[in-house]
Design a protein around this ligand. Sequence first.
Ligand SMILES: [Zn+2]
Length: 647
Amino acid sequence: MRKLRCAWLVVVLGAASAFAQTGSAQSGSLRTSGFSLVETLAVDATDAPRKVFHARLTIPALPGDFVLLYPKWIPGEHGPTGPVVDTAGIYFRANGRALNWHRDPVDMYAYHVDVPPGATSIDATLDYLSPVEMPGNFSAGSSATEKLAVLSWNWMVLYPKGYGSDEIGVRASLKLPDKWQGGSALPQSSNAGGTVEFALASLTTLVDSPVLMGQYMKKVALQAGQRPAHELDIAADSTAALQILPQQKKAFDNLVTEAGALFGARHYRDYHFLLTLSDHVAHFGLEHHESNDSRVGEGYLTDNTQWTLGATLLPHEYTHSWNGKYGRPEGLATPEFEAPMEGNLLWVYEGLTQYFGYVLASRSGLQTPEQWREQLAGIAMTYTYRPGRKWRSLEDTATAAQILYGAPEAFSNYRRGVDFYDEGALIWLEADTIIRQNSGGKKSMDDFAHLFYGGNNTAPEVKSYTFDDVVNALNQVQPYDWRGFLKDRVMKIAVHAPLGGIANSGWMVVYTDQPNTVAKMREQEGRGSDMIASIGLVLSREGAVMDAIEDGIAAKNGIGPGMKIIAVNGRKYSQDFLVAAMNEARNSHQPIQLLVENTEYYRSVSLDYFDGPRHPHLMRDTSRPDLLSDIFAPKVTTPPAPLPGTE
Ligand SMILES: [Zn+2]
């Protein structure tokens, strides 16, 4: 998963425990051939533009106090993010009679239904109310517009307590709005009259197979003719947004080929990139075994800035098919959606995916080497100016992921956030350079990818792993003190950012007064300007303080998040004036004067800062070989031609 920015253990509960509802009164058999039980789920999405989705379920049941669960821990979201608050219109019936129900007083995701004697199933109806506001909690965020929607089945599923999600079969169907098409990795059995019937699938697979639908859709076969098949399914808020240039298609074709070369095997029947182009849905990426749900702005394919800033999203989510879905940390390989997840190995699940995502974005030509270096320099800066690293280990950010995803940006430098993504990537870059150096260039993280995530081509399955498994596999690729290496960087307090991979690969992080080109693009997109290496502030275009580095010069002079810079050296704030003031102070050695507003009070602040603007870049260290360029160069493809306007 990425904010813009997760095979189950097969039959974990086992047949012996399949019929007992833990903690409930009744037991008995619901077994249907192949699965312990089979539900039906009919979703009517014709009200999607109104943001209401209707579901009807038929669920095998036993008489007595029968407990139904609503999915709580959503795979890939690493937290209890199931949107139970956005459900309404819940009714249960059996043998034609309405049934009483009550919510569990402790577990908000559990419904106790009074099932009468003689009843063998429950009919349930449930509506899902898709959020109207744009920000949101990943797949529980805004997902529907007038012209498109992304449907996550977990919104509308109930299942009996006591069963693993592999044990439950679901026959699902979906009625689409008039003139809309759909795309999904979930195999269909029929498609007629605007209703798609899907083949019987496990509840695991159903929840892992969202549907992208819309009036304006384009389906692009990638590496056409190859098996398994790959399809890019794009839905947009306009037909104009669906134009895909030959260079862009070639980059996506390359991505499929380079990923195959990196891992050496694929673990899916076929693969769908579900790409939503809209300014009115939550923007993020969520991985699935045979698809990914990636949502970016409407201009992603037509605007070079959006294209560049979104370059690594699809490679990241696609990498998760191997790292996250096939290979999965033990604590995240839960048997069903009620079981809590443990995130302490997310620096492998997300950190290594972030690293391979960057590598594949470059190898496939989705981004240029120059763009990658600028991005890497920005990451190095972020984790260098990160006072939170003095009190909190990287592992703790992973363990606490379920609360950190929702943490505010204010104070993120001191609190730390989900740092295991990009700081993880820095650590895996360092591991890659150590393998390359110690093996005399014969081995690399590509060999680890083959060993840990490759093997034979298979349908989706899960290989769960532990910290020891990671260490052992690294040692198999290249003997080294990997346990000590990872413990020092991940589990202990590491005051300094892990920049060894940049140095080992023949580059240095330098700071100049020339803007970082990728950071500049972020500013143009309104994501705030980074002045963390100079005066220690992240500012909005209007001067609002989004964050202040806890030991930076601005914070030391009383400036904090939530305040606003009103004026610079007596003149109304603009970013250009602030940059000019920094340059002027460098020459004059006179303090920068700021007028700051805080909760309706104004205050003058004088900053003794004389080093001018400082932006991060990578500079070649010619005393060492350039491993970085080698890591990020295409292995089996040729780069696409540059996009118009970027030559
Ligand atoms: Zn991810």
